[in-house]
Design a protein around this ligand. Structure first.
Ligand code: C2E
Ligand code: SIN
Ligand code: SIN
Ligand code: FE
Ligand code: FE
Length: 440
């Protein structure tokens, strides 16, 4: 770092924080914001790795991770969907920092002074072969001074790539940055909650669309898109921006179900053709909700709501609809291939994958092999082949997401292996339905 007076350095840091804050405010979704926060913290302190925990009731919930030594930069990775929490007490370093509300800068976790109030837990290093040495742990505080999370950075690097202690500058700067980021984080948490609450209104009427379903579909879409973008060589800036938007927009794919009559939505059996024809309007009804806005997020939400039941082969619905503002009386000429917006092609796969693995009032959950079988069969038929390839390529990430977002499913919604009879009945029904709707 060039030699500069401490006042000038302070100004530089201040500007840095303002610029980063501006960038954070362009992002909508929590994961995108946490990703950005960690990138910036690591850039500012030259840390090799970092983790963010967010306060969830009385615990610290693991929320995001970066590790340059393990995780390939820019790749999709399942580790960000790890699912664990740490209590706020002195048994762990993050728990200690959250309890005190003060940063802790440790030069070497394997060589701590005997009077140190905390002890380092080496189990991650043992398990992975990683060597943790320097560690800077800071609280994220709200404007009221309440701790809302923790950022933990590991192994500051010098120019030669060697681990060194975190500098005093880093120690002073990082808490300021963390507190600035807390506003963006808070806003993103509220966005997710708002969407879940909106979708729960629909769910009151359609028990199949649970909160976790919506969260899973959103997250699947984000990660499928990420892989697809890597395949296609889409630039990083565009990739990050679209990944952020698709996560939020695809959570709203079925919002139009609020406009479907109860006797259809809640029917505990197969729909007849007339009922299914009514049901198809949920795409158009959803898209109508987004026509009055010019925001990019609303535009994408509208494309997904409208297009998520189109099929690559051109046998989906609702097809070409002109004049969404007016009354739509019938389905249009189906869209084919790339006429279907990319986000909708991705959501189609994520939605079907999740629907098949979930219990519905009219079907039990399917086992994975059967779901994958159908997805392979439908590659180039129902689904965009490149989207299927991206999905299969990151199947590990997909199952990590599914494992993370099942916790609040009621027991009877979880796959139940004893359900053989129901399963067979549904399979028979499924064949029949394929003929009716022509969608198999
Ligand atoms: P959903 O339950 O969220 O299902 C989304 C999509 O997943 C379906 O779109 C379909 O492509 C796929 N899918 C779901 N279950 C099965 C299955 O058992 N077999 C196969 N091969 N695919 C399946 P689709 O068909 O356009 O249906 C749209 C929505 O209409 C469904 O959303 C659901 O809410 C409703 N729906 C469709 N068929 C029935 C039915 O027979 N009974 C009831 N009560 N609702 C139905
Ligand atoms: C994100 O997870 O939201 C961004 C990660 C990336 O696109 O590299
Ligand atoms: C369904 O309508 O739920 C199943 C889709 C199909 O097989 O046609
Ligand atoms: Fe739908
Ligand atoms: Fe759905």
């Amino acid at each position: 770092m060039p030699d500069s007076s401490s006042a000038a350095r302070c100004m530089d840091q201040f500007n840095e924080i303002l610029t980063v804050n501006e960038k954070l405010n362009e992002l909508k979704d929590l994961d995108a914001i946490l990703d950005r926060v960690l990138s910036e913290c690591r850039r500012l302190t030259r840390a090799d790795a970092g983790t963010i925990y967010l306060l969830d009731e009385d615990k610290l919930k693991f929320s995001y991770v970066h590790n340059d030594s393990f995780l390939k930069v820019g790749e999709t990775n399942k580790d960000i969907y790890a699912n664990f929490s740490i209590p706020i007490n002195d048994a762990s370093i993050v728990g200690y920092v959250a309890g005190r509300g003060e940063a802790l800068n440790i030069e070497d976790v394997y060589d701590m002074p005997p009077d140190s109030p905390v002890t380092f837990n080496p189990s991650f290093d043992k398990k992975t072969g990683y060597h943790t040495s320097s560690m800077l742990t800071v609280p994220i505080k709200t404007s009221q001074g309440k701790v809302s999370g923790i950022i933990q950075l590991i192994n500051a690097k010098n120019d030669a790539g060697k681990s060194i202690p975190f500098s005093l500058d880093s120690q002073n700067m990082l808490p300021l940055f963390a507190n600035t980021a807390s506003v963006a984080i808070e806003r993103a948490i509220m966005t997710r909650e708002l969407i879940l609450r909106m979708m729960q209104m629909a769910e009151l009427r359609d028990p199949s669309e649970t909160g976790p379903h919506v969260t899973r579909v959103g997250t699947y879409c984000a990660e499928i898109y990420h892989k697809y973008a890597l395949f296609k060589g889409i630039q990083e800036a565009e990739r990050k921006k679209t990944k952020d938007l698709i996560r939020v927009a695809s959570m709203l794919h079925d919002v139009g179900k609020v406009g479907i009559a109860d006797k259809i939505l809640k029917k505990p059996a197969k729909l007849d053709n007339e009922e299914f024809a009514q049901m198809q309007f949920h795409t158009v009804l959803g898209a109508k909700l987004f026509t009055n806005s010019t925001s990019e997020l609303d535009a994408m939400s509208g494309r997904i709501a409208l297009g998520h039941h189109e099929k690559w082969s051109g046998r989906g619905y609702p097809g070409k609809i002109s004049g969404l503002m007016g009354e739509v009386k019938a389905m249009g000429q189906p869209l084919v291939g790339e006429q279907i917006p990319l986000e909708a092609r991705i959501c189609a796969l994520a939605d079907v994958f999740d629907a098949l693995g979930s219990r519905r009032s009219y079907k039990p959950p399917w086992p994975d092999e059967k779901i994958i079988g159908l997805i392979r069969e439908e590659r180039g038929q129902h689904f965009d082949p490149d989207v299927v390839d991206a999905f299969l390529d990151i199947f590990e990430v997909i199952t990590a997401i599914r494992d993370k977002y099942t916790e609040d499913l009621p027991e009877d919604e979880k796959p139940n292996p004893q359900d053989e009879a129901a399963k067979q009945a549904a399979e028979a029904q499924d064949k029949e339905r394929g003929k009716d709707h022509g969608s198999e």
